[in-house]
Design a binder for this molecule. Structure first.
Ligand code: ADP
Ligand code: ASP
Ligand code: MG
Length: 439
């Protein structure tokens, strides 16, 4: 048995947390390859080391004095090392990091030091070999992740090792420049390592007892999803269920390696298993709910638009020319609506409107802002009738005006548009009808 275990920032925020992680790893000899994040928040008002590094480096770039911030980062590690009682000094490391900040080695380099240093601490604490991710996680000259090269290099490097610590979140380009994945990217590193060593399971340890049916910040005591498929998970993580980085499934997906989400603070809890497919019948009709705020919609009305060949393409071309991606596009006979990210759309609004006027001469156009999109996801919806109807009636009951409803062609999800201000209440209403009432 071989397991890759990734620990998130809150699991490694203090010496006390490190000790929990240590005992989890020691409990199972199969936990041979460890991927740590940078120390996260110790309490709700705290700052993640990654964020400290970004802002410290910002100062360095502006030529401002960054020594106070830098000392605070050093203190975070010293506190952990002291609390663990290990013989390790990071003095030399901090010296060269400071010099590299001064010579402006890049914000990716700066951010990556959180994981790099935590990897060194973790390796010393566990007595495992430290493998710098810069040597084994490969990006191309242009900054794309190079999966094939990484897989070969990692296989070679890890083959002789019984145990190793590989820091998450970063790698390097052929010229040695450090590059990171997007935020939360240690999840991706864990998945890449799991593929390379053909792990039996990729354990992703965090601060919640699995993937929950809805965001715990909105639904207190939300139920844990026992088993979820990669496709369902992707829909949910794309729509904001951030417990796992949305790209983390790709490396393991084709290998059939399950991901197991587990809680460092409650290691005996069963957690969530993420799998390619399953015959396990989900407990509820829906598997999960997630959503995001901050969308705008552009509704275009024109009589008989349905029979006008190329109408949709011409409209979408205007968005393309303005480099705006669209999220959803529900349509009727005489109307189509395009949902876009408000932030992206706002500065180009008037250009887009005049572009659409020129392209298709609509009868009427209407813009609406401050919208939220909610995805209700579940493989169980395929075999259940009336899901959309139930969502509608739950929302009507909660006096929420539904702006849009769109069923994905996979029948795996229903997307609902509501006003930003109704977002939380809408999620609660949907959760209640499908989960709390257990129908
Ligand atoms: P880590 O630091 O371990 O990588 P993250 O903060 O990235 O952890 O992800 C875990 C957090 O994701 C949880 O603390 C929770 O607040 C949030 N979250 C959002 N949606 C969900 C969900 N559906 N299930 C579980 N957690 C969720
Ligand atoms: N430390 C990085 C971040 O805060 C990566 C991670 O946590 O996965 O985004
Ligand atoms: Mg994370």
């Amino acid at each position: 048995m071989k397991k890759v275990v990734k620990f998130g920032g809150s699991s490694l925020a203090s010496a006390e947390q490190f000790k929990k992680v240590g005992s989890i790893i020691k409990k199972d000899p199969a936990r041979r390859f460890v991927v740590p994040s940078a120390p996260g928040k110790r309490s709700s008002g705290d700052t993640k080391v990654t964020d400290m590094l970004y802002s410290c480096y910002d100062k360095a770039v502006k030529g401002e004095d960054f020594s106070d911030e830098f000392e605070k980062i050093r203190e975070r590690y010293e506190e952990i090392i002291g609390g663990l009682g290990i013989k390790l000094t990071l003095e030399g490391e901090f010296e060269s990091i400071k010099a590299n900040f001064e010579s402006q080695a890049g914000s990716d380099y700066a951010a990556s030091r959180g994981e790099y240093l935590n990897g060194i601490v973790m390796a010393a604490y566990l007595g495992y070999t430290f493998v710098d991710a810069a040597e084994v996680i490969c990006f191309s000259e242009t900054g794309e992740f190079d999966g094939a090269k990484t897989d070969a290099v990692l296989k070679e490097r890890l083959s002789g090792l019984e145990q190793a610590v590989i820091p998450g979140f970063y790698g390097s380009r052929p010229d040695g420049t450090i590059q990171t994945f997007s935020r939360g990217g240690s999840d991706v590193t864990g998945s890449i390592v799991a593929k390379a060593i053909s792990a039996d399971v990729y354990e992703n340890w965090t601060d919640v007892s699995g993937f929950l049916v809805a965001d715990p910040r909105i639904i207190k005591d939300a139920k844990v999803i026992e088993t979820i498929t990669y496709r369902e998970l992707r829909e949910l993580s794309y729509m904001g269920a951030t417990v796992l980085h949305e790209d983390a499934i790709f490396p393991v997906r084709k290998e059939g390696i399950p991901i197991h989400i587990l809680n460092t603070n409650a290691p005996e809890d069963p957690g969530t298993l993420i799998v390619e497919s399953t015959c396990r019948v989900p407990k509820y009709t829906i598997t999960g709910i997630a959503g995001k705020k901050g969308f705008a919609s552009i509704s275009i009305d024109k009589d008989m638009m349905n029979s006008e060949i190329g109408f949709g393409r011409k409209v979408l071309q205007v968005f393309e020319e303005n480099e705006i991606s669209f999220e959803h596009m529900p349509s009727g006979i005489d109307t189509m609506t395009v949902f876009v990210h408000q932030e992206e759309f706002e500065p180009k609004e008037q250009k887009v409107i005049s572009g659409i006027h020129k392209a298709v001469h609509p009868d009427y156009m209407e813009l609406e802002s401050d919208l939220a999109l909610i995805a209700v996801v579940g493989r169980g919806m395929r075999s259940t009738r009336g899901t959309a109807g139930r969502i509608f009636s739950a929302l009507a009951h909660a006096r929420i005006n539904v702006k849009m409803i769109d069923q994905g062609s996979s029948e795996l999800n229903v997307i609902i548009g509501v006003k930003n201000e109704d977002f939380e209440n809408a999620i609660r209403a949907i959760y209640d009808i499908f989960v709390s009432t257990q129908l």
